[in-house]
Structure formats: structure tokens, C-alpha cells
Design a protein around this ligand. Structure first.
Ligand code: PMP
Length: 368
């Protein structure tokens, strides 16, 4: 096998960097998984080999996030946007859904939920350009809502909920649904505060296509009749995510990523690293004398996705070209926001962020 040396640092928002040991192991096992004579992509999802891969992935994930036995873990397809429809089809019963809009992704969730339910904005930070987090005490929550939707990390706007809201303390009995696509496994989840969490895999978990859903048992059995069977949580749960053929290779890679996280020290260690890496980058931005800026309120700043701007935007192309030369890839901001964005997922080593801030300081010295 070719030994990959000095891979560039990849700051893509997703699909995103994966741990190198995982990629190496997958490469080694490509033609023959554990002496089975088959690659994982070639196995029946019902055979004992794949079942063992699936069971280990699920068990490791349960340990990593301390998922209580009252939650089912579903390995689905359809991505985050798929879940924007699948969640209301499963939970809303056509009733009220309150959505907290904190950026582009919750905005999309609101729009999609409106097709199946009476979805309304409970709070929004749009007026400030999606740079703050509306305090939960100010959310307009309706009695009898089927659920409250939040995006706990807005990948495009770089706004993160560092704690999940305690809806019970607000007198709200609706379950909380959280789109945790872009920060899952970077911090613990307080399961007492959520009814459902979903996450597309292509940031902190593995290949695009796989979508994880954690759903509390008591929320099963509510799907609308129009819900496709393959997306009905009750059927998917009753069939251990094998109602239809699951994304087998993506589940295998996810399992390798889960084991990598465990070996590295678990979610607690990912949490510590996320704090360290993001603090380093925010310090570089804040201490650049205005050369660079992140516009998000400090308490709402994401540790995973850091959008930033050069004061002189005519330098953007030179910044990106120089970054590429320095082995720092995919730093261009989302087209709807502009500027730059550095995503610091679990698989981004501290050394990558150190290389980024040193490039940024040097660029600012040369152009400041
Ligand atoms: N939610 C969030 C928070 C995301 O970051 C993304 C993708 N970047 C999505 C949903 C949509 O995911 P997908 O493209 O897999 O449908």
C-alpha cells in the first residue's frame, strides 16, 4: 500500500477530513475483510460478517455518547435534508412544530416541515445576520406542539448551542429535536433534554449517505400514513436498521471512526480538543488587529465551523491560493456568506490548526 506522507490539512465543512488511521485500515481491508474473502461492499447486509460490523458500530457509538437504552439508534439514508422531511412525517402528526431559526440549516428545516405540519418560527436570529443565539426564555413555544426543532450547530453561519435548552424548565412538554449534523461526537449530549437527534455522517462520522437518528422509544408509532415505509422510524427500529439495505460501507467506515474516537480518549477528549483548536483560531482572528474578523457573538461561536472575513476582500483569492500552496485546503466560505470558513472537525489535528494560524499571521504581516 502507498504510504501517504504529509497529507494537506483539509478544512472542508463536509464531506470532510477523516482520521488517517481509519482510511489506512479501510484501504488494507478493501479486498478482504478479516479473511472473509470479501470486501465490505460485497457482503450481504444479512450475513454474519456484516451483522458483526453493524453490531460493533452501534455498540461503540452507544458507549461513546452514553446513549440510554430508552433511545433507539437508527442507521438511515437521506442526509440531513432528508431528515427535515422524515422527522415531521414521523413526529408531527400534522400538528404544530416550533422551529428556532439560528442559520441556514434551521431555516431549511422550517421550510420543509411546513410541507407536513403547522411549522412556525419560535425565535430567530436572522435580524442580526445569524450571529447570536436567542435565549431560550424568549422562545415563543406553543402548548401542544408536537416538537421543537433546533440546529445545535449551524455549519454555514458558525453558531453553536453549547448546551441544549431545557424545555421542561420553560414549561414546555414537547420533545426537543436537534440537528447535530456538524458537531455530533465533539461533545457529550444531554439525553434528558432531547427526544430525537439526527446527524448526517459526512462531517464527524464518515461517508455521506449515512444518517444517524437517535429517537426516544415513546416517540415511535406516530408516523403519518404518507411516510414512506423505509423512512418510518418504527419500521426501521423494529428491523435493526435493515428494513431496507442500509448504507453498508458507510456504516463500516463509521464503525472504524467510532473505534478511533474511543482509542483517542472518547468524546471527552474530542470535546477538549475542540475547545483547544477553536480557541487557537478565534484568538488568531481576534488578535489580528481587524485584518480578520469572525462576526458571531462570543458565546454563540461554533467550535466546529469558523467563518471569517478578511477586512480587505480583494485579498481573498491571494489568501486561498497561498493557503493551498501551504497545504491548507478548502477554506473558501459558503457561497451564501462569502469570506472564509475553517471547519475543525474531530479528525483535524491540532497541528493543522497551528499550521493555519501561522499561515494567517504570516499572510496578515505580508499584506497588513
Ligand atoms: N444540517 C446541517 C447542520 C448541515 O450542516 C447539513 C449539510 N451541510 C445538512 C443539514 C444537510 O445535509 P445533507 O446535505 O446530507 O442533506
Amino acid at each position: 500500500m502507498t504510504t501517504l506522507r504529509h497529507r494537506p490539512y483539509n478544512f472542508s465543512a463536509g464531506p470532510a477530513v477523516l482520521p488517517e488511521p481509519v482510511l489506512r485500515q479501510a484501504a488494507e481491508e478493501m479486498l478482504d475483510w478479516h479473511g472473509s474473502g470479501m470486501g465490505v461492499m460485497e457482503m450481504s447486509h444479512r450475513g454474519k460478517e456484516f451483522i458483526s460490523i453493524y453490531e460493533e458500530a452501534e455498540a461503540t457509538l452507544r458507549v461513546l455518547l452514553g446513549v440510554p437504552s430508552s433511545f433507539r439508534i437508527l442507521f438511515m439514508q437521506g442526509g440531513g435534508l432528508g431528515e427535515n422531511a422524515i422527522v415531521p412525517m414521523n413526529l408531527s402528526q400534522g400538528g404544530a412544530v416550533d422551529v428556532v431559526v439560528t442559520g441556514a440549516w434551521s431555516q431549511k428545516s422550517l421550510k420543509e416541515a411546513s410541507r407536513y405540519a403547522d411549522a412556525r418560527v419560535a425565535a430567530s436570529n436572522e435580524a442580526g445576520g445569524h450571529t447570536t443565539l436567542p435565549a431560550p426564555a424568549t422562545w415563543a413555544l406553543r402548548d401542544g406542539a408536537a416538537y421543537v426543532h433546533v440546529c445545535s450547530n449551524e455549519t454555514i453561519h458558525g453558531v453553536e448551542m453549547h448546551t441544549l435548552p431545557d424545555l421542561g424548565a420553560l414549561g414546555c412538554r414537547a420533545p426537543l429535536v436537534a440537528d447535530a449534523s456538524s458537531h455530533i461526537l465533539s461533545r457529550p449530549i444531554d439525553w434528558s433534554r432531547v427526544g430525537l437527534v439526527f446527524a448526517g455522517a459526512q462531517k464527524n462520522i464518515g461517508p455521506a449517505g449515512l444518517t444517524l437518528v437517535f429517537v426516544r422509544d415513546d416517540l415511535l408509532g406516530r408516523a403519518l400514513p404518507i411516510c414512506p415505509s423505509a423512512f418510518d422510524y418504527t419500521l426501521v427500529a423494529a428491523n435493526q436498521s435493515m428494513f431496507n439495505t442500509p448504507p453498508t460501507y458507510a456504516i463500516y467506515i463509521a464503525g472504524l471512526v467510532f473505534q478511533w474516537i474511543l482509542r483517542e480518549g472518547g468524546v471527552a477528549e474530542m470535546d477538549r480538543r475542540a475547545a483547544e483548536k477553536s480557541a487557537l483560531l478565534y484568538r488568531c482572528l481576534d488578535e489580528s488587529g481587524g485584518f480578520y474578523a469572525n462576526r458571531v457573538a462570543r458565546e454563540a461561536r461554533s467550535r466546529m465551523n469558523v467563518p471569517f472575513f478578511l477586512a480587505d476582500e480583494s485579498l481573498n483569492d491571494a489568501f486561498l491560493a497561498g493557503a493551498r500552496e501551504a497545504g491548507l485546503l478548502q477554506l473558501k466560505g459558503h457561497k451564501s456568506v462569502g469570506g472564509m470558513r475553517a471547519s475543525l472537525y474531530n479528525a483535524m489535528p491540532l497541528a493543522g490548526v497551528q499550521a493555519l494560524v501561522s499561515y494567517m499571521a504570516d499572510f496578515a504581516r505580508r499584506h497588513g
